[in-house]
Design a protein around this ligand. Structure first.
Ligand SMILES: *Cc1c(COP(=O)(O)O)cnc(C)c1O
Length: 420
């Protein structure tokens, strides 16, 4: 493995996966091997450099660390538990399935982990307003929550179509005191909301902070969001040892942008006997426009200011994507995942809509846990894997969120197939 563009920060010559944590990734320009970086206009680059510098300083500041730890514990409810799915495991008759319960966090998903970190950083930098785009509204709600707590203003850009589709989250953001700014141009969905939010941000980058919703975007966001999420895997490693006496044989997480996955995986990247699986949505089929399996079917390209695997047409423009899980519906993916794929450290697999919905009901009815339809993709793959791994092995699934947000849609679209 050669680290293109990343020689400055490498303290040793690394050819081994076991060096993953010793080689501080990304390098100081935000490269994960050939992925990541920062493809932005000069004006924005200055703003990003400023954020990078502040973050580098603050992440070693004991006050910041203590404040974030306190919020994680007393506000979000960390550490989130690990739960052994006895009923499901016995029903399958294979490997033991455990869940890391990120669904139990305040606001119901892992996103609060990085939103609190970003909001706290923004506040320390003297910013007055958080700004972001949202698709399904999950990121918008988590960021609006953090803004409310820390006394910051919050503008969330959202496409007209998404505003209609995701009514409960729109209402939540408004109740939390955020301004939801409708975007009526172009596709009226996520991609145009990103463009609109970036334009608004550039008008006043001094008093605003752009809170990105996953391990994507230009440097330093893939690094920073990962750092705020890695608490998931660090906790899980300790908890799993306490419960079983060892670390997991297998890890499974769904991959949209890749934040919940990298959050669980980071603590285990050097444990080469742990098999790691990232689950992408294959939606309705593997045809263009009917899935969002970026690492499985994409090729390296540039979108939203960074280089990574991308679902793209011949001109390098992003292809339309689809998944029943709107949180997985993104044509790009975090740059570190692209590197980990090329290195062969993580295996990226797919689960389609039908398999995810089956798993949604299966977990609900065997364990009394309604998963987010995003997380149901990870559960679906875990069920398959439990069969092939067999008895005596185990696997740990990141249950990234709870399914309350999905129930109306799922009952309407699929209820009658599942006796409801
Ligand atoms: C947003 C979301 C995801 C996908 O985002 P990642 O950055 O890939 O983690 C997954 N699960 C839930 C519950 C989400 O809200």
């Amino acid at each position: 493995m050669t680290y293109k563009n990343s020689s400055e920060n490498c303290t040793e010559n690394s050819n081994e996966i076991s060096d993953l944590e010793k080689v501080e990734l990304p390098d100081r320009n935000g490269w994960f091997g050939e992925y990541g970086g920062s493809y932005v206009p000069e004006q924005l680059q200055k703003v990003l450099d400023d954020i990078t510098q502040s973050y580098e300083k603050i992440k070693k500041d004991p006050t910041f660390i203590a404040e974030l730890r306190d919020l994680n514990q007393h506000y979000s409810g960390r550490p989130s538990p690990i739960f052994y799915c006895k009923n499901l495991s016995e029903k399958i008759g294979g490997a033991d399935i455990y869940l890391k319960r990120e669904d139990l966090n305040h606001t119901g998903a892992h996103k609060i982990n990085h939103c609190l970190g970003e909001a706290l950083l923004a506040k320390k930098m003297g910013k007055k307003k958080l700004i972001a785009e949202t698709g399904a509204g999950q990121h918008g709600v988590a960021l609006a929550t953090a803004a409310s707590l820390l006394g910051l203003k919050c503008d969330i850009y959202m496409g007209d179509i998404d505003i209609k589709k995701e009514h409960p989250n729109v209402v939540r953001m408004k109740i939390l005191g955020a301004r939801v700014v409708p975007v009526s141009r172009g596709t009226k969905t996520l991609k145009d909301a990103v463009d609109a939010a970036f334009e608004a941000y550039l008008k006043d980058p001094d008093s605003q902070f752009y809170g990105i919703g996953s391990v994507v975007g230009p440097h330093p966001f893939p690094m920073m969001v990962r750092d705020f999420q890695k608490v998931v895997g660090m906790e899980a490693k300790e908890q799993f040892k306490e419960i079983t006496g060892k670390i997991p044989d297998n890890l499974v997480a769904c991959v949209g942008g890749g934040s919940n996955a990298i959050g669980l995986f980071t603590a285990f990247l050097n444990d080469t006997n742990v098999n790691i699986y990232g689950v992408e949505p294959s939606g309705l089929s593997f045809k263009d426009g009917e899935h969002a399996a970026t690492l499985t079917l994409g090729k390296p390209g540039i979108l939203h200011g960074f280089k990574s695997y991308l679902l793209q047409d011949k001109n390098g423009d992003p292809l339309p994507v689809y998944s029943v899980a709107s949180g997985l519906d993104y044509p790009g993916v975090g740059p570190q995942h692209s590197l980990l794929k090329d290195m062969g450290r993580i295996t990226y697999v797919t689960i389609n809509d039908k398999e995810a919905i089956d798993a949604f009901f299966e977990l609900s009815r065997t364990e009394g846990i309604i998963p987010a339809v995003e997380s149901a993709h990870a559960v679906a793959y875990a069920v398959k894997l439990a069969k092939t791994e067999g008895k005596g092995k185990n696997l740990l699934v990141n249950l990234s969120g709870r399914g309350d947000k999905d129930i109306d849609f799922i009952i309407e679209a699929y209820g009658k197939n599942y006796d409801c």
